[in-house]
Design a protein around this ligand. Structure first.
Ligand SMILES: Nc1nc2c(ncn2[C@@H]2O[C@H](COP(=O)(O)OP(=O)(O)OP(=O)(O)O)[C@@H](O)[C@H]2O)c(=O)[nH]1
Length: 254
C-alpha cells in the first residue's frame, strides 16, 4: 500500500504583490516564477522529493523523506532569496489525491492565499520515520509514442504542442477522477503521474481512454520506492523496457 506525502507550496499574497504599487512587468513575473520553481526543485530534489510547477503560484511536491525541519529550511531559503514568501501544507495518505486534499485543507484553514496576515504558514505533519516503508510512492511515467515522428517532425510547433496538451488534459482528468492520482506535464511529451497502488489493468485502461478521447498513443513505465526519486527512476527504467520490447506498460504495477 502506498503512503504518499504531499506538500502544497503556496506563494503568500502573490496576487496583490503582482499589481502593487502598479502591475509589474510580465517578464519579471515569469522570471521570478521559473527561478523559484528551479530552486524549489533543487532543494526538494536534494532530499529525493519532486516538485511540479502546476500553476507556479501553487506548486505540488511529493515530499516523502522530508521532515518538518526540511520544510522550514525551504521557507527560510525562499525568504532569503526572493521578494515573496511561501506557505506549506503537508498531507499524507494512501492516495496522492487524498493527501493533497489534506494538505490543501491545512493551508486553507490557516487563511486565504491573498490574506496579507497569512505568511509562511507551516501546517500539517510529515510521516514519522517509523511509518515509512520502501514502497510508499508509486510513479507512472507516461510518454507519447513516437512524438518526434508523429508530431515534432510532422506538424508545426504549435499544433504539436496542442496534441500533447490535449493528451495531458485527458490523462490528468482521467487519472484523478478514476484513480485518485495526480498527473503533471513535465516537458516534451512526458507526463509524470503520482499514483496509489494501481495494477496493470488501470494503466491499460488509462492508455485506452486517452487514445479514444484524443487519438494520442501513450506508453507508461511504473516504479515504486521510498521516495519520489527512487520511484521516478524505476519508472524511467521501465519506460526504457517499453521502448526496447515494444510494450505499452512495463515496471512495478501490482
Ligand atoms: N522531463 C522529461 N522529458 C523527457 C524525458 N525523456 C524525454 N523527454 C522529452 O520528450 C521529448 C521526446 O523524446 P522521446 O519521448 O524520447 O521521443 P519519442 O519521439 O516520443 O520516441 P519514443 O518515446 O521512443 O516513442 C524530448 O525532446 C524531451 O523533451 C524524461 O525522462 N523527462
Amino acid at each position: 500500500m502506498t503512503n504518499t506525502q504531499v506538500t502544497l507550496v503556496q506563494l503568500d499574497n502573490y496576487g496583490p504583490w503582482t499589481v502593487t504599487p502598479e502591475p509589474r512587468r510580465e517578464v519579471d513575473l515569469q522570471t521570478l516564477q521559473s527561478r523559484l520553481y528551479a530552486d524549489l526543485s533543487q532543494l526538494v530534489g536534494n532530499r529525493d522529493g519532486y516538485v511540479f510547477f502546476t500553476r507556479f503560484d501553487n506548486m505540488v511536491a511529493v515530499t516523502n523523506g522530508l521532515d518538518m525541519e526540511d520544510h522550514a529550511r525551504l521557507q527560510e531559503s525562499v525568504r532569503n532569496r526572493y521578494p515573496v514568501t511561501v506557505s506549506l501544507g503537508i498531507g499524507h495518505g494512501e492516495t496522492p489525491a487524498g493527501a493533497l486534499v489534506e494538505a490543501t485543507d491545512r493551508l486553507q484553514s490557516a487563511g486565504s492565499a491573498q490574506d496579507a496576515e497569512r505568511r509562511e504558514v507551516l501546517a500539517g505533519h510529515p510521516l514519522d520515520e517509523d511509518e515509512r516503508t520502501d514502497d510508499d510512492v508509486q510513479i507512472a511515467h507516461f510518454d507519447v509514442n513516437d512524438a518526434t515522428g508523429e508530431y515534432t517532425d510532422e506538424l508545426d510547433a504549435y499544433s504539436a504542442f496542442v496534441h500533447v496538451e490535449q493528451a495531458y488534459a485527458s490523462l490528468m482528468r482521467h487519472m484523478h477522477d478514476t484513480h485518485d492520482s495526480l498527473s503533471f506535464f513535465v516537458g516534451g511529451d512526458n507526463i509524470i503521474a503520482v499514483c496509489p497502488s494501481l495494477d496493470r489493468d488501470a494503466y491499460a485502461e488509462a492508455i485506452d481512454y486517452v487514445r479514444e478521447d484524443t487519438g494520442v498513443d501513450l506508453k507508461v513505465g511504473v516504479g515504486r520506492g521510498p521516495a519520489a526519486h527512487d520511484a521516478g527512476m524505476a519508472a524511467k527504467h521501465a519506460l526504457e523496457v517499453c521502448r526496447e520490447e515494444g510494450l505499452d506498460i512495463a515496471g512495478d504495477a501490482v
